[in-house]
Design a binder for this molecule. Structure first.
Ligand code: PAP
Length: 343
């Protein structure tokens, strides 16, 4: 569906309906941008590491280990992204609940155009990541970022970039989701195994603990958004995966208030919050054909890899007590100043 700004509905609308040609997006970006010179930054001159057990190269840019193909996106986001004041950006480290929060945010913000119980709700036919555009891929090259201009306000987008890579100006709102690091590690390993079945857990564990892991160090990623939420609470909301599991409805209300769309009494009475929570539950999303089959647009992993156990505490099934203690010590040491704890 091509949109016409004059007749376009208010956002967010499903990104996939606006842009149909994003198949092989990441492969195309890799071909175009891996060694490009970006003004004063030569990507190929940045420190690099191969992610253990894979062919994926990371580059260290401004203290963060980014997938090589997404370094240009960090540069582009910092220099060219012009946020609108009513933009909402979902931010996270991978495997912290991005898919869930994308679904909840889309369903919450679009509820007037698409009531959650509606038979034509976009989340019934599209994956959450097809509804919400991924800034990291769009800003990675080839002028794809211009596609965001086609979206009516308010726009909803997501990123895995650290807070440091987002532009300060513009006053858009950022919703960060943080997850217990040991569970995140297990989830990331399980996810990587969907592409590299032989990958030992220890490889993923070691790279996470060293900091040289995708979008890491994880502690600096968390710190950046945590500090932003404390310094600018109107612009940055800090959510926790475990809290969403404990009370999804209350977190959806918090999210709605933060984005300036609080639920009315009439909506509460009509069960809209409950409808959104049910539509976006793991069982519900997992059961949908689009999330059970096929591959992520332009990526090599099966969509079903995004929907696994969805619990807190799965790390006990994969970590020795020594591994758990080592990670807890890193968290205690690096995040002490924030008062954030995960026990
Ligand atoms: P991404 O960052 O690559 O998009 P992300 O969605 O953050 O991945 O992570 C997937 C995790 O969220 C999985 O956790 P697990 O491996 O520990 O099970 C997945 O099960 C969980 N998840 C996905 N959708 C939901 C949901 N609706 N409710 C709860 N957890 C979910």
């Amino acid at each position: 569906m091509a949109t016409n700004a004059a007749s376009a509905p208010a956002g967010p609308i499903p990104f996939k309906d606006v842009v149909l040609d994003n198949v092989n997006l990441v492969a195309a970006i890799a071909a175009e941008t891996s060694s490009e010179d970006h003004g004063d930054v030569l990507v190929s001159a940045l420190p690099s590491k191969l992610l253990a057990g894979t062919q994926n190269k990371l580059r260290c840019y401004q203290g963060f280990w980014l997938p090589e193909t997404f370094v240009p996106a960090a540069i582009g986001l910092q220099r060219r992204f012009v946020p609108r004041p009513d933009d909402v950006i979902i931010a996270s480290l991978p495997k912290c609940g991005t898919t869930w929060l994308n679904a909840l945010s889309f369903a919450t913000m679009a509820r007037r155009s698409y009531p959650p119980a509606g038979a034509d709700h976009p989340l019934l036919r599209l994956s959450p990541h097809q509804c919400v555009p991924f800034l990291d891929a769009l800003f990675a090259g080839g002028g794809r970022e211009a596609r965001l201009d086609a979206l009516p306000s308010p726009r909803l987008m997501y990123t895995h970039m650290p807070h440091e890579m987002l532009p300060r100006a513009g006053g858009c709102r950022v919703v960060y989701i943080c997850r217990e690091p040991k569970d995140t590690a297990v989830s990331l390993w399980q996810f990587r195994r969907s592409m590299h079945p032989e990958l030992p857990f220890i490889d993923t564990f070691e790279s996470i603990c060293s900091g040289a892991n995708t979008y890491g160090p994880f502690w600096d990623h968390i710190l950046g958004y945590r500090r932003a939420s404390e310094s600018w609470p109107e612009n940055a909301l800090f959510l926790r995966y475990e809290e969403l599991l404990r009370d999804p409805a209350e977190n959806v209300r918090k999210l709605a208030r933060f984005v300036g769309l609080p639920f009315s009494e009439a909506e509460e009475e009509a069960g809209v919050v409950r409808g959104i929570v049910e539509l976006c539950s793991l069982e519900s999303l997992r059961s949908m054909e689009v999330n059970r089959t096929g591959y992520m647009d332009g990526l090599k992993f099966p969509r079903k890899a995004l929907f696994r156990k969805g619990v807190a505490g799965d790390w006990v099934n994969h970590m020795t007590p020594e591994m758990a203690r080592r990670m807890d010590d890193i968290v205690a040491d690096k995040l002490r100043a924030t008062g954030l704890t995960f026990q």
